[in-house]
Design a protein around this ligand. Structure first.
Ligand code: ZN
Length: 164
């Protein structure tokens, strides 16, 4: 894959990055590799239900580029489903959108990548207060991530190969 170096904005980092069909022995298993921005393209269009224009804007790419990412993603997923391949989500060329937080009690401010701290249970790192709110204008500040975690995924693959 030769792609221009410009990275795409991503608001979702998958926690599960390996999907495997049941009943296929590991040694016979073929994989398709889905990049993180391809997954994001699918998520925005097919799960969130945004128009292509809005998706492209969110990811910081032109509409034709977005369309290309989406088409590639759908084609890979179709291959996996039709031909019984595993899907590995990793890599790509993307930046994770950061979200800003502020503590109401001590006024401390900090940032986290999208997806962390968004499901309740967020405490101020300074004073431990739970009175925390979001301050960000979306996408205002970004942070670079090119190679997502791959460690720790291998264990998940050591499952029953001998299912019928
Ligand atoms: Zn605080």
């Amino acid at each position: 894959m030769s792609r221009p170096p410009k990275s795409r904005r991503v608001e979702f980092l998958p926690r599960l990055t390996y999907f495997k069909p049941a009943g296929v022995p590991l040694r016979e298993l073929e994989e398709v590799g889905l990049t993180v921005e391809e997954l994001e393209a699918i998520r925005l269009k097919d799960l969130v239900g945004l128009e292509q224009e809005a998706c492209a804007e969110k990811m910081g790419v032109s509409r034709p580029t977005y369309h290309r990412i989406l088409t590639s993603a759908r084609s890979k997923i179709a291959q996996a489903l039709v031909n019984g391949k595993a899907i590995r989500v990793e890599g790509g060329n993307f930046q994770v959108v950061m979200r800003g937080f502020r503590c109401r009690r001590c006024a401390y401010e900090w940032e986290l990548p999208v997806g962390q701290g968004c499901r309740g249970e967020l405490l101020c790192p300074e004073c431990n207060s739970a009175e925390v709110y979001r301050t960000d204008k979306q996408g205002s500040s970004l942070f670079c991530e090119r190679s997502p975690q791959t460690a720790g995924e291998e264990d998940a693959e050591k499952e029953v190969d001998k299912a019928e």
